[in-house]
Design a protein around this ligand. Structure first.
Ligand SMILES: *[C@@H]1O[C@H](CO)[C@@H](O)[C@H](O)[C@H]1NC(C)=O
Ligand SMILES: *[C@@H]1O[C@H](CO)[C@@H](O)[C@H](O)[C@H]1NC(C)=O
Length: 438
């Protein structure tokens, strides 16, 4: 047995012993979420005159640097429910006084029901997912829980999630009952596999996601987020399985990722600004989307988005901005550059008449304003005759749309077309197909 492991077990025994005497420390704290039997060693140090014994304890507490879910009873056999063990491991990790790694060991599959990992934590936490985390395949496990969430990290600052492991949403059972697949079913939605909500200074690296119930990973109300080396895959016909979804977040950088799913590769929606996606491969799926924005008259804003170096393969859209009639707000200052399209339907598209509803959407007076959009160095093949589609609103036309060095032909080699409504385009360099004016 390694020294670290012995120290760990001692630390754990102390945790269990800590007990009610320390509870006061927590209830007096403002927002520290913790169960009563987790002991805060740093405050223990402050509270008591240090005896030899206490010193050893506090030293042990600060040495709680690795929390292995296995030591909290997780079986990892792919069948047993490991939710309680993960919850207990998270509590220990989140209340450690030292920078701590919560370890999910390799070559195991840990089955989890809906689970929340809430902060704030005492110290920075790294979650090292080396094995597989598998979602429960029983929809009834969501009874009484939020049906839109499977794993949730909430209000954890300085969090890292990494490790090279796999997050498997086991989504097939949900896809079957999706109203998009079976119109006799009610449209109730399904969980996002991994959701980060209100996390600042977040890093998510080196993970595989597959077959999510609905979206794969969502960043909500978060800031200073670095995401890289994700591999996301689900069948091209799986319903609403967006790859990376960004909402209400700012300063988010996504890079070096492969995303092959049944819906948007990356979707960026309301309240998001300063979002960068670099070196991304998409397809199958619906392409890289800003929106949809302005549904049901909502005021939505997205600004300062850069998509730089992407390859889209066989997607149903390339780079898309989609807004509903009747909304308010804006999508502005958006750059798509260094993009290769390979047999993509609608490679370049702005759709201000977006309508993803069973009823037709009638024209309305207001619209989400689209302005300052640049397409630079966008090349390759279109699966549709119309390679550039600017379908802007009559009441709020698109403004400041610029094309530079765009070269798109149809996949069969024939020349492609452009479509324009309520937009004036400016162009520089070579632009093929030639732009239309409205
Ligand atoms: C255009 O984009 C492609 C694909 O990202 C890249 O390989 C190429 O270097 C870019 N060309 C220029 C002139 O930047
Ligand atoms: C396009 O430019 C022409 C000429 O300046 C102008 O009359 C027209 O209103 C503009 N259309 C849009 C949609 O901005």
């Amino acid at each position: 047995m390694g020294v670290q492991k012995i120290l760990f077990i001692l630390g754990f025994l102390l945790l269990l012993r800590g007990g009610d005497s320390q509870e006061k420390t927590f209830s007096s704290g403002t927002s520290f979420h913790s169960s009563p039997h987790i002991t805060d060693f740093s405050s223990m140090r402050k509270l008591s005159p240090v005896t030899g014994n206490e010193r050893r304890r506090s030293t042990l507490g600060s040495l709680l640097t690795v929390v292995n879910v296995k030591d909290f009873g997780a079986r990892g056999d792919g069948l047993s429910d490991d939710t309680k063990a993960f919850t207990a491991a998270w509590k220990a990790a989140c209340s450690s006084s030292a920078h701590v790694t919560m370890l999910v060991p390799e070559r195991k599959a840990y089955l989890l029901k809906p689970i929340a990992f809430s902060g704030p934590c005492k110290s920075p936490v790294t979650v090292a997912i080396k094995g597989t985390i598998l979602a429960s395949g029983r929809i009834s496990d969501w009874d009484g829980a939020d049906r839109r969430l499977w794993m949730l990290f909430k209000e954890v600052d300085g969090l890292r999630v990494e490790g090279g492991g796999t997050i498997d949403g086991n989504g097939q059972v949900w896809w079957k009952v999706s109203c998009k697949v079976d119109s006799a079913q009610p449209c109730k939605g399904a969980p996002t596999a991994l959701t980060f909500k209100s996390c600042r200074g977040l890093t998510v690296n080196d993970l595989r996601f597959k077959n999510s119930q609905q979206m794969h990973v969502t960043f909500s109300k978060s800031a200073n987020v670095r995401i890289s080396r994700l591999t996301i895959s689900a069948p091209g016909n799986s319903p609403n399985t967006d790859g990376i979804h960004v909402t209400g977040s700012t300063d988010v950088k996504i890079s070096d990722s492969f995303i092959r799913t049944g819906d948007d590769c990356i979707s960026i929606v309301s309240g998001s600004s300063s979002i960068t996606a670099t070196n991304i491969v998409c397809g199958p799926g619906h392409g890289i989307s800003i929106g949809s924005l302005g549904a049901n008259g909502a005021e939505h804003t997205v600004s300062d988005v850069l998509v730089d170096t992407a390859r889209l393969e066989g997607t149903t859209n390339g780079v898309r901005i989609k807004t509903w009639q009747g909304g308010k707000g804006y999508a502005r200052n958006i750059i798509f550059r260094n993009i290769v399209m390979d047999n993509v339907r609608n490679p370049i598209i702005i759709d201000q008449n977006y309508c993803d509803s069973s009823k037709p959407c009638s024209e309305q007076k207001s619209a989400v304003a689209v302005s300052g959009v640049t397409y630079k160095n966008v090349t390759g093949t279109s699966a549709t005759a119309v390679a550039m589609d600017f379908d802007c609103s009559r009441t709020v036309p698109c403004r400041g749309i610029t094309l530079q060095d765009v070269h798109l032909v149809t996949a069969s080699g024939a020349s492609a077309e452009s479509f324009c409504r309520n937009v004036n385009l400016s162009k520089s360099g070579t632009v093929v197909p030639s732009t239309c004016s409205s």
